[in-house]
Design a protein around this ligand. Structure first.
Ligand code: B12
Length: 314
């Protein structure tokens, strides 16, 4: 079972601060100023396990953005000086619900405003929104609107592609805010099959599982079943996912998928989702869990864990 096991009244020292590391670390005094509390409070939270931290060779406490943001999300703490810890000002962003967030994100995507898109997703994440909610209610719906804008000629092909690039950059920002999983965390890998060039949905699965403590890696897009099977054999994952947004030949996909599911390591759960997984296709898919979105993925794994707590679920 993976948790960041806060409140166990013992410090969670993640790693030694490697001078060579490109990761940026902040001192307790800087973090205190950013949150608007005293330095001694931050040091006390470190020593009591409320906030994970790292140590320099000289034994000084240091915190990276993932450790700071995880604390803020868990404690519903607000940042008053975000730039002190390398985060952008929220620029007066006040978002009260997912419809507002989606509208803001969609219009920034359409106008190619990358800085605003990154600020919107960071704002939601730092303020405790669940990753599955961000993926389903904001990114998924905003990109769907971009798709229909393209279909109806309101958006040019280059604008759709630009929106994809911006969306991936903004999601990668969130990736750097998620703490590394603890030793022994359950492992998940996944991607898209041959002929499917979609990179955003599979990356959203990686982010969603990583936020729940999994060691999750998206292997990317356009992957033949053979190499996916080799990955399963080499990495022996607890879970494997496939995202399908475009299928050239549905019948061949289902045949190969059902064979693939039987050839996976016994412990590996297979989860499938995506725009192209229609209700009809679902009826033909065997030995796999089909989910419509990231919230269903989280719910399915929680359910699996209840069925078999030893399965190392969420
Ligand atoms: C971006 C995009 C592309 C980009 C992707 C670029 C990239 N680097 O990722 C590119 C340029 C590759 C592309 C190409 C094409 N596209 Co396109 N594309 C889109 C678009 C606008 C957004 C997709 C996206 O990333 N959404 C963001 C993610 C997060 O949302 P999502 O995909 O809906 O996923 C959600 C759920 O499905 C679920 N989910 C998804 N995967 C998984 C996996 C698991 C395990 C789980 C649990 C859940 C899950 O959770 C997600 C969050 O809620 C969609 C619009 C849409 N979907 O309505 C059109 C869309 C899918 N594309 C369309 C078309 C027609 C095409 C082309 C055929 C056009 C052409 N003639 O060339 C080609 C096909 C290319 C190919 N062979 O892959 C059509 C329909 C496709 C179809 N299946 O019939 C759509 C619907 C646009 C439209 N309105 O007409 N596209």
């Amino acid at each position: 079972m993976v948790t960041a096991d806060h409140d166990k009244e013992r410090p969670i020292v993640h790693s030694r601060v490697e001078e060579s590391s490109f990761e940026k670390f902040y001192s307790p005094v800087k973090v205190a100023k950013a949150i608007g509390v005293s330095e001694s409070s931050v040091k006390r939270w470190c020593d009591s396990g409320k906030i994970a931290f790292s140590k320099t060779a000289g034994g000084h406490r240091r915190l990276n953005r993932a450790q700071i943001v995880t604390f803020l999300r868990d404690r519903a703490c607000k940042l008053i000086k975000p730039t002190l810890v390398g985060l952008p000002e929220s620029d007066g962003l006040t978002i009260s619900n997912s419809a507002e967030a989606m509208t803001e994100f969609h219009s920034a995507l359409r106008s190619g405003n990358e800085a605003r898109c990154r600020r919107i997703l960071l704002h939601l994440f730092v303020n405790g929104w669940q990753m599955e909610e961000i993926a389903d209610q904001v990114v998924g719906i905003a990109m769907r609107k971009i798709g229909s804008d393209w279909k109806h000629g309101a958006v040019a092909v280059y604008e759709e592609r630009r929106a994809c690039g911006i969306c991936l950059h903004a999601l990668h920002d969130l990736r750097s805010m998620i703490m590394r999983p603890v030793e022994g965390a359950p492992v998940a890998i996944g991607g898209t099959v041959s002929g499917d060039n979609y990179r955003i949905p599979t990356f959203c699965v990686e982010l969603t599982l990583s936020c729940h403590g999994w060691q999750a890696t998206s292997l990317g897009s356009d992957l033949p079943f053979e190499t996916l099977l080799q990955a399963a054999g080499d990495l022996n994952p607890d879970l494997m996912w496939l995202s399908a947004s475009h299928l050239g030949d549905e019948t061949s996909f289902v045949t190969q998928l059902n064979r693939f599911a039987l050839e996976l390591p016994e412990k590996t759960i297979l989860v499938v989702g995506g725009y192209a997984i229609t209700p009809l296709l679902r009826t033909q898919i065997k030995n796999a869990i089909c989910c419509d979105n990231m919230s269903q993925l989280v719910a399915s794994i929680r359910h699996l864990n209840r069925l078999d707590p030893k399965s190392g679920g969420l």
